[in-house]
Design a protein around this ligand. Structure first.
Ligand SMILES: Nc1ncnc2c1ncn2[C@@H]1O[C@H](COP(=O)(O)OP(=O)(O)OP(=O)(O)O)[C@@H](O)[C@H]1O
Length: 402
């Protein structure tokens, strides 16, 4: 419990608080184990370390060193990597897999590739198939955990190279590690893709307390702006019906756009059988409005029918007890995978619409050719008509020699 600036009580809720005797493994087991398991099942996850300079963000993420440290001090990143490969290797269903690593740092609102320093101003783009992605960022395929740790260590070393070249301290930038996992499974012949994004944020201290000037002041202002943007996005998402989620206000929130999602209810509330229908309606509305952005109304209507049939969204006219059961079912299957399904279907509809458009053009073209051919035939017929006038008729007019 804390007091705000007006000395009023403010209560914050935490899922868990770790005291100073907590081990790195305690943090890892609580925070990251479910996220690694989800990534192997095709569900994106993210871990962000936030706090004041010197609070221990980088230590929690990387330990004292990525490559050389004992089991006790090993950071989250190494533990994620080790478990990820362990899960992939030991799963009976997984037949083939690839793991790719990208590593970027955001400094003064510029995205720099830590695996290729020549790329120092990467752009963030969005596509239907990939969602938000960092255009041109180096992606290295990694085969096993020791390979991954070597590459991570190179990336971290590049952060240090930047430090001396550009006189920046690594704590003044946000560091983003992106692991993309893709695998095929014998269980259902599907290819699953999931991402784990780990973010070591820049220190969050207040500008006025630091007495900073010049470049250091610019750094502090930019960091504060992006951290406020992150706060604003989370605030908007935790509002029941946000009008606008300001993802575009900073590079950080834009990169994390597909990873910061909102679940209004805690797990205990989800399993509460007295759910009202508000959340179902809200979820349905949000899915449908997302579809309406890129599709025609009739396609959205068709998809809505399909989604209701598949149990992806709910029939607004269905009886409330059925809706509650359906909601619990969907909650357990994770809303993230649901949104992925929506995106895949949106893409399929878009492809079909394009194909349809192409066929329509071809048909119009064929009809035009056919019409022209008919005209030509008519012209030829007219010519033939003259040709068929019996010579006896034309002869008196001198058209045909005797
Ligand atoms: N749990 C810990 N055990 C031992 N040393 C620690 C621990 N946490 C942090 N430290 C040490 O405290 C110092 C500051 O930690 P760290 O660099 O991780 O802070 P930070 O929050 O990342 O700061 P910045 O915002 O400047 O990047 C480092 O020397 C680190 O080794």
């Amino acid at each position: 419990q804390f007091l705000d600036e007006r000395d009023e009580d403010v209560i914050f809720s935490f899922d868990k608080v770790f005291y100073d005797d907590a081990e790195q493994s305690d943090v890892y087991n609580f925070l990251a184990v479910p996220i690694v398991a989800d990534a192997v099942n095709g569900i994106n996850g993210t871990i962000i370390s936030y706090g004041q300079t010197g609070a221990g963000k980088t230590y929690s993420m990387e330990g004292p060193s990525i490559l050389h440290c004992n089991e006790l001090k090993t950071g989250l990143v190494q533990r994620v990597v080790n478990d990820l490969f362990e899960c992939l290797r030991t799963s009976e269903d997984i037949t083939t897999w690839t793991v790719k690593l990208s590593m970027v740092e955001i400094y003064l609102e510029k995205v720099r590739d830590l695996l290729d320093l020549s790329k120092d101003n990467l752009q963030i783009k969005e596509s239907k198939s990939q969602g938000i992605f960092i255009y041109g960022a180096t992606e290295i395929s990694i085969m096993n955990s020791s390979d991954a740790l070597e590459r991570l260590s190179e990336g971290i070393a590049n952060r240090a190279v930047g430090e001396t070249q550009m006189n920046l301290a690594s704590s003044r930038s946000h560091c983003v590690y992106i692991f993309s996992v893709q695998h095929g499974s014998t269980a259902d012949d599907k290819v699953r893709a999931g991402k784990i994004v780990l973010v070591d944020l820049a220190g969050s201290e207040k500008v006025e307390k630091t007495g900073a000037e010049g470049r250091v002041l610019d750094e502090a202002k930019t960091i504060n702006k992006s951290l406020s943007a992150l706060g604003n996005v989370i605030n908007a998402l935790t509002t029941a019906k946000p009008n606008h989620v300001p993802y575009r206000d900073s590079k950080l929130t834009r990169i994390l756009q597909d990873f910061i999602i909102t679940l209004y209810r805690s797990q205990s509330e989800v399993s509460d059988p007295s759910l009202d229908s508000y959340d179902h309606d809200d979820l349905r509305d949000r899915i449908l409005s997302k579809l309406r952005l890129s599709l025609k109304e009739e396609d959205v209507d068709l998809l809505e029918e399909l989604f209701v049939q598949e149990g992806i969204i709910f029939d607004p006219d269905a009886a409330v007890p059925d809706i509650d059961l359906a909601f619990q079912d969907v909650a357990s299957r994770q809303i993230v995978s649901l949104v992925q399904t929506v995106e895949e279907l949106t893409e399929t509809v878009q492809e079909l619409t394009d194909e349809n458009e192409k066929l329509r053009h071809q048909l119009e073209f064929a009809q035009e050719i056919a019409a022209r051919a008919q005209c030509a035939t008519a012209d030829r017929s007219r010519g033939a008509l003259f040709g068929f006038v019996p010579a006896a008729v034309l002869r008196p007019f001198g058209f045909v020699p005797d």
